[in-house]
Design a protein around this ligand. Structure first.
Ligand SMILES: Nc1nc2c(c(=O)[nH]1)N[C@H]1C(S)=C(S)[C@@H](COP(=O)(O)OP(=O)(O)OC[C@H]3O[C@@H](n4cnc5c(=O)[nH]c(N)nc54)[C@H](O)[C@@H]3O)O[C@H]1N2
Ligand SMILES: Nc1nc2c(c(=O)[nH]1)N[C@H]1C(S)=C(S)[C@@H](COP(=O)(O)OP(=O)(O)OC[C@H]3O[C@@H](n4cnc5c(=O)[nH]c(N)nc54)[C@H](O)[C@@H]3O)O[C@H]1N2
Ligand code: SF4
Ligand SMILES: [Mo]
Length: 678
């Protein structure tokens, strides 16, 4: 039976190389490539049963046009010809009436392949003069903060992690969200590494750690300041290395005068001696690796918090050791490909406005001059993924909004479409998939013909461009041409033969085993910026400081809404993807929350019963788990359930659509709520 080498396209840092077995033109199994150093022969539970998704009875296989009220889910199947005609007319009418900026594309990494992502739709949107989308919903706030400290893509290669002897996983739950990267941590532990997890919640990963520190959400910057101050108090700062390879050493040490360990203990809710012990371990337990997830950057103040944490390995001296240092979200494979240029911003005739992803509801309900009257959604399900669900729904219900959704399933968002176009899955189209977890680029080869009448995103945007009468050659580029253009334009050496023959290749960053032993940070000075003059130029404090969360730190609001809410991911879903799978629906039929026993008693909520979580923005119901897996005062409400699948709104109704100050990241872990029996 043929076995096709391909790539998992989903929004997951593991970016597995997969092998698809095909029998009689039908895919019958998906496995992990045993030769790929990170995939190591296994895939997660979500993708092991991928053929069930590809051939799911509820998959959208033909174009559909709406026949009932928006949101009702009433559609009729139609021909591609009619669907494209209606879609093109909807967009053209909107543009004729209000100009190009009335069109808003909305997409994220539902498919994170290079070409099935934004390359072709970007060309179309730029040719139309559409509003651009700031794709800042995931890791952007921390990305900016970390770059302020040591430039972009400074990482410890996951294949070097096993050299570390102290590993701090901070706001990251890889057992659930990155099983293959977790395997690299396990490897380090097998060689004697000690694992510390920093997370307000006893996540699956925290549960198996050697030590778990549970700070008050959004206070991570203060924890890092306390750890650095403790290094100073203990005389354990790597001063010689810092003087040679950082900027602003004396300034930072002076700044730490303002952050006695006791002050940081009071802010974070972590005992001063626990902070001191971890500081000792960071300096003495070398090589020390600090690896962050996205969890601690969903707060106001996130940029400064991650910038501050990124200073910590410098003071501890970790960069001098193989496997030591700092990692967050390695984007070197994305950066290697000329993705921005491939979207052809040159097709834009004049500058256009932009909208932050986390403010979709605000854009749909509030923007004027022009209003958004045409929305094009693909690779995303914003009704489930966006904060301020009420505003998103209110916007999607507008009669004067034309909405095109390109999807595989009738998601909560697709229900509001005027036209739905059926998208292929990764088994049915070609791509090259970069990673935000490791340094491998993977080729996604199709294993089967498109199921039903599904078409790839690239094909759909080519067809739409043609219907709209746009005839620039860039809008006709084939998938093969797009992939060649990206690989030819790679900024980093790529072994294209290996990519073709093996299905994946590691990009050569030329950095060796201890990339920053001698500095060489991608900053203007080549040094790590404990003091950032670029920040000073922006009128910002150039030194690390505690920038508190928003609502969580708002004492006045705490009177009415006593609980800080954080909303992590679940192991069985991938954001909202897979949440409509029969296996997932059986295993997680209703959302749940986790409440500390003290809070449960105070609010009369009983374990295993339904609770109502609310604030002044909205309310949702979930089954209460009463447990000391969380701190008193902190409520955990995992995200991802479809409202149509389980019958009600999600945590998003209670989350504000304010965004972080600099990078415009959403505040998914920075809300205050109250709780009562349902
Ligand atoms: N199975 C599965 N895998 C996934 C996903 C999924 O939904 N399911 N999503 C994918 C995507 S898009 C992403 S971005 C990644 C996300 O992967 P992770 O970074 O692991 O994502 P989260 O679960 O959001 O957050 C991680 C942890 O941060 C904690 N946290 C929340 N607030 C704070 C805080 O203020 N401080 C600290 N220190 N910790 C805090 C949460 O309790 C949580 O346990 O995973 C990817 N992989
Ligand atoms: N409360 C809360 N909300 C969050 C988060 C949180 O931690 N808490 N995390 C945020 C994060 S990190 C992220 S990344 C976002 C994710 O939010 P989204 O990017 O909206 O992700 P999904 O909900 O998984 O929706 C992806 C959709 O893409 C579709 N899709 C997959 N492949 C293709 C394809 O090839 N073509 C087309 N057209 N469609 C395809 C899938 O069917 C799925 O419906 O959610 C954010 N929302
Ligand atoms: S979702 Fe993540 S872990 Fe699962 S197969 Fe895809 S890349 Fe691998
Ligand atoms: Mo994400």
């Amino acid at each position: 039976m043929p076995v096709i080498q391909s790539a998992c396209p989903h929004d997951c840092p593991d970016n597995c190389a997969i092998r698809i077995t095909v029998k009689g033109g039908r895919a019958i199994g998906v496995e992990g490539d045993p030769t790929h150093p990170i995939t190591a022969g296994f895939v997660c539970g979500k993708v092991r049963t991928y053929v069930d998704r590809v051939y799911a009875p509820d998959r959208i296989l033909r174009p559909m046009v709406r026949t009932g009220a928006k949101g009702s889910g009433a559609f009729r199947e139609t021909s591609w010809d009619e669907a494209l005609e209606v879609a093109a007319a909807g967009i053209a009418d909107a543009v004729a009436r209000h100009g190009g900026e009335t069109v808003l594309p909305y997409s994220f990494l539902g498919n994170q392949g290079a070409i099935q992502g934004n390359v072709m739709s970007g060309r179309l949107m730029h040719a139309l003069g559409a509003t651009t989308l700031e794709r800042t919903v995931c890791d952007a706030a921390a990305m900016m903060g970390v770059a302020w400290t040591h430039g972009e893509d400074v990482e410890v290669d996951p294949e070097e992690w096993h050299h570390a002897r102290t590993v701090v996983l901070w706001g990251w739950n890889p057992i659930a969200t990155a099983p293959h990267l977790w395997a690299q941590i396990v490897r380090a532990r097998q060689q004697g590494a000690r694992l510390v997890v920093v997370d307000p919640y006893r996540s699956r990963t925290a549960r198996v750690a050697d030590e778990h520190l549970a700070p008050v959400p959004g206070t991570d910057g203060a924890l890092a300041l306390g750890l650095m101050r403790s290094l100073v108090d203990q005389g354990r700062v790597a001063e010689r290395w810092c003087r040679a390879h950082t900027v602003g050493y004396d300034d930072l040490i002076a700044r730490l005068d303002e952050y006695p360990v006791e002050r940081c203990a009071a802010i974070t809710g972590i005992a001063a001696d626990t902070i001191a012990t971890l500081a000792t371990a960071l300096a003495e337990g070398q090589p020390t690796l600090v690896r962050l997830g996205v969890g601690a950057q969903r707060h106001a103040g996130a940029e400064m918090a991650y910038r501050t944490i990124a200073c910590l390995p410098a003071l501890a001296g970790s960069w001098q050791h193989r496997g030591g240092g700092f990692s967050y979200s390695p984007l070197a494979t994305f950066a290697a490909l000329p993705l921005v240029g491939a979207e052809r911003p040159d097709l834009l005739e004049r500058p256009v406005r932009s909208v932050a992803m986390g403010q979709l509801g605000r854009a749909l309900t509030g923007l004027t001059d022009p209003p958004v009257t045409a929305l094009v959604v693909y690779n995303a399900n914003p009704v489930v993924g966006e904060p301020n669900e009420s505003a998103v729904l209110q916007g999607l219900q507008r009669d004067d909004l034309f909405c095109l959704v390109v999807e595989q399933f009738l998601t909560d968002t697709a229900r509001y479409a005027d036209v739905i176009l059926p998208a292929t899955t990764a088994l049915e189209h070609r791509d090259v998939v970069p990673s935000w977890g490791h340094h491998y680029l993977t080729l996604g080869e199709p294993a089967i013909e498109p199921v039903g009448e599904a078409r790839s995103n690239t094909e759909i945007f080519r067809l739409l461009a043609s219907r709209l009468g746009l005839d620039h050659p860039a809008l006709r580029a084939s998938d093969d041409e797009l992939i060649d253009e990206l690989l030819d334009g790679s900024a980093i050496p790529l072994d294209r033969n290996e990519l073709r023959d093996r299905g994946w290749t590691k990009i050569d960053l030329g950095q060796g085993h201890t990339p920053h032993r001698d500095g060489a940070f991608p900053t203007p000075s080549g040094k790590l910026q404990l003091r950032s003059d670029a920040l000073a130029a922006l009128g910002e404090d150039p030194l690390p400081y505690y920038d508190p969360p928003g609502e969580i730190a708002d004492e006045a609001r705490a009177d009415r809404f006593p609980l800080a809410m954080i909303t992590p991911k679940t192991q069985l879903y991938l954001n909202s993807t897979f949440a409509n799978g029969p296996r997932q629906m059986a295993a997680q039929p209703t959302p749940w929350i986790v409440l500390h026993p003290e809070d449960a008693a105070r609010h009369g909520v009983v374990d295993g019963t339904r609770a109502r979580v609310f604030n002044d923005r909205g309310a949702f119901e979930a089954v209460a788990r009463v447990s000391d897996d969380t701190r008193p005062g902190v409520l955990i409400a995992p995200m991802g359930w479809w409202r149509t699948a389980w019958g009600g709104p999600s945590c998003q109704v209670t989350i504000s659509d304010a965004v972080t100050r600099h990078a415009h990241g959403p505040l998914y872990n920075d809300s205050r709520v109250n709780v009562a029996p349902a």
